[in-house]
Design a protein. Structure first.
Length: 337
């Protein structure tokens, strides 16, 4: 992995995880699926990044960081600029006041809240809350790149660094404030990337069969039941943080193994999901924006935002930004052909 070729099951997992994200943000409960899915639906994106990670030690660190900045930070600031100008312009046209300074601060700080208890909101006024993930992934990949270079090919040293990262992440849980760009959760994110990197080396699907899947799934269920609900984006690791970390790692591995099996036996389905999964950034950054229009349209029909049809419609429409980009690519490629 990590050689530039798209891997179907990886992109398909992203779409499956985004389903839980969309349901959560739309307020659509999936019962136990919401509880168990909440344990890994953010963590799995970091693990998947580890699967496709490739150390480029022959290149200067600055060049590698610059490459990842273009891939993650340009979309972050681009989508946030669009949302800021849209809502700022809307306020100007309707004669309403708009908190430009506060929204700009939220974008620069890149956290939904300032305090760990969910007080003092920073992002969300322009429906940009989910975009924190892009800066969080950037800092985590930068930290992991440094860790890999320090280990210099010594796996035990790298493992020791990552275990230290987990310990540091749990210690930082005591901080009263959330640090900018997810610097307080960066160390846990680095450990998740390391897990994905380890699982992906040599081809994960060639090394783990049904026995491995059942063992990982059992660890996930047991640890998730004991961990309690949490929220990785605001440094909430549930009632038992170490169990939460184990559940996040095991849940990510289990869903990855499941989709590897699906790729072998239901490749058309996985292929269709993977095609859309190549555009998860646009879905992640714009789905709340799409939700707003769905709610407005449904309100005209007399349906409230908390009704089941509206919630289902929001989840389905949340994929539209990715579908639009996919359609544009197909049209572009067709003209080129």
């Amino acid at each position: 992995m990590g050689q530039g070729k798209r891997i179907l099951w990886i992109d398909a997992v992203k779409i499956a995880a985004l389903l839980i994200v969309l349901c959560n943000h739309a307020g659509l409960s999936l019962g136990w699926g919401t509880y168990f899915g909440g344990m890994f639906y953010v963590a799995v994106f970091f693990v998947l990044s580890g699967c496709t990670y490739r150390c480029e030690a022959e290149k200067p660190l600055r060049a590698v960081i610059g490459k990842r900045a273009r891939r993650l930070l340009l979309p972050y600031f681009g989508f946030n600029a669009f949302l800021l100008l849209f809502f700022g312009g809307k306020a100007a046209l309707t004669g309403q006041a708009f908190p430009w300074g506060r929204e700009l601060l939220g974008i620069l700080y890149s956290r939904s809240y300032l305090y760990a208890d969910g007080q003092e909101g920073l992002m969300g006024g322009i429906l940009n809350g989910p975009t924190w993930f892009l800066t969080g992934l950037f800092t985590a990949l930068t930290g992991y790149e440094i860790a890999v270079r320090l280990a210099a090919g010594r796996r035990r040293v790298l493992l020791g660094i990552l275990l230290g990262c987990i310990a540091l992440a749990l210690a930082l849980q005591r901080l009263p404030v959330l640090l900018p760009w997810s610097l307080d959760t960066m160390f846990l994110h680095m450990a998740l990337i390391g897990l994905g990197n380890f699982l992906g080396q040599g081809g994960m699907e060639k090394r783990y069969g049904w026995g491995g899947f059942l063992a990982v799934a059992a660890v996930f269920v047991l640890s998730a039941l004991g961990a309690g609900t949490g929220n990785l984006s605001v440094r909430d690791y549930g009632t038992h943080p170490l169990l939460y970390v184990i559940a996040a790692a095991a849940g990510s591995a289990a869903v990855m193994l499941a989709f590897q099996w699906l790729e072998r036996h239901l490749q058309p389905l996985v292929g269709a999901m993977a095609a859309l999964g190549r555009h998860t950034v646009s879905i992640l950054c714009l789905h709340l924006f799409v939700f707003m229009f769905v709610e407005g349209g449904m309100a005209v029909l007399g349906l409230g935002a908390e009704t089941l049809p509206v919630k289902i419609a929001k989840v389905c429409a949340g994929y539209l930004p990715g579908a639009a980009v996919l359609l544009w690519e197909r049209i572009r490629d067709g003209h080129r052909g």
